[in-house]
Design a protein around this ligand. Sequence first.
Ligand SMILES: NC(=O)c1ccc[n+]([C@@H]2O[C@H](COP(=O)([O-])OP(=O)(O)OC[C@H]3O[C@@H](n4cnc5c(N)ncnc54)[C@H](O)[C@@H]3O)[C@@H](O)[C@H]2O)c1
Ligand SMILES: N[C@H](CO)Cc1c[nH]c[nH+]1
Ligand SMILES: [Zn+2]
Length: 438
Amino acid sequence: MTLPARPLRLATTDSGFDAALAARLHWSADTDAGIEQAVADILEDVRKRGDAAVLEYTNRFDMQAAAMADLQLKPSELKAAFDGLPPRQRAALESAAQRVRSYHVAQRKASGESWSYRDEDGTLLGQKVTPLDRVGIYVPGGKAAYPSSVLMNAIPAHVAGVGEIIMVVPTPRGEKNPLVLAAAHVAGVTRVFTIGGAQAVAALAYGTETVPRVDKVTGPGNAYVAAAKRRVFGQVGIDMIAGPSEILVLADGTTPPDWVAMDLFSQAEHDELAQSILLCPDANYIEQVQAAIDRMLGEMPRAEIIAKSLTGRGALIHTRSMEEACEISNRIAPEHLEIASRDPHRWEPLLRHAGAIFLGAYTSESLGDYCAGPNHVLPTSTTARFSSPLGVYDFQKRSSLIEVSEAGAQVLGTIAAELAYGEGLQAHARAAELRLKR
Ligand SMILES: NC(=O)c1ccc[n+]([C@@H]2O[C@H](COP(=O)([O-])OP(=O)(O)OC[C@H]3O[C@@H](n4cnc5c(N)ncnc54)[C@H](O)[C@@H]3O)[C@@H](O)[C@H]2O)c1
Ligand SMILES: N[C@H](CO)Cc1c[nH]c[nH+]1
Ligand SMILES: [Zn+2]
């Protein structure tokens, strides 16, 4: 018997609206001291004992393996998985990969190239963009398999020109998902290890006898993975700490209610802690969406998860206007924001904070999860206020370039020496002055 799905009903005219909304949004991964301690212990153990510790934790949490060699996949195995896919699945995977690649190539052209200019005296100033040497991509695999996450992590790394892409993915009970292996083949992953959780993040961050140490770890995962990434940051780079999935639908009442209800389901089905919110100025439309939820829930194989997510964390919010709905959406800064409106471009300029914005009734968020092109690894838990989707730029770094001409040294030397004396740093001042013409 599936529980009913009853998202919290709020109206912005309610006296306690702000507090009720804040309470519904509250989510924090670092409140679980048990997970924090377990992860700290696992990291320390892998750092000290390397392969032996990784093997032990893999046997405890995921699958039986006798040696680390059993936890590495050969390139021929990845290719065989690709060749063995049913033709329609293979075609879908290739089309999705192609679209994700094109998008990220455009992204590199727009913001990922080196640049420089010269002052009138010939001094050159610029920025050199270089790819990371070696990255680790975490592909979640505990409760579900995510071939799309292989593409979303590996393709931007590949487009950035990363030398080696090391993928980790847990395979519970040793069951390998052929689509995940095939995606690694299509996306150009260098090596794959079937390990997961905090032990996989530790192996990538510290290196073991078998797993090479990487420069950065990217990709989503559960609370153990998130806690491990937070702790290894500094030793290696990380992309972000991604929390449970979120969708916010801003509806003016012109999109069929079934479409909106299913879009709310689409993120709720990821996780009991996922968050689905509807903002709408039309009370009657909100009733129609609730009716669609009640009608369609029973058809969903993951109805239990959806019901828990919608009842525990979801909300249907009646606003005074679409303008007010946009203002509240900015406060929430959701991972995914759908503008379910006949006139999406009227509202888009009012929206400042969101991981990804989906415009118009036909732009289902789920298309973005798989194949529209943009990345599906996005900031969650209001962090879209200050962070961006995973992209080519996460796999690159920048070095400043400075070449001062003889004429430039006369101008800059005088300025630098003056400021250096002001700071009491004589060697700095003298280094600048030695290059001045007497
Ligand atoms: N933001 C995104 O782009 C995106 C994409 C896909 C999935 N996700 C999210 O990623 C998450 C994936 O979680 P998952 O659990 O399915 O897979 P996962 O791979 O993140 O975690 C599985 C690992 O957790 C570890 N683990 C489990 N129980 C443990 C315990 N008691 N002690 C220590 N370690 C333990 C195990 O080592 C196991 O390998 C979900 O929340 C999903 O919604 C996000
Ligand atoms: N919606 C997830 C990110 O929040 C990504 C995903 C993968 N597969 C399906 N969905
Ligand atoms: Zn999704």
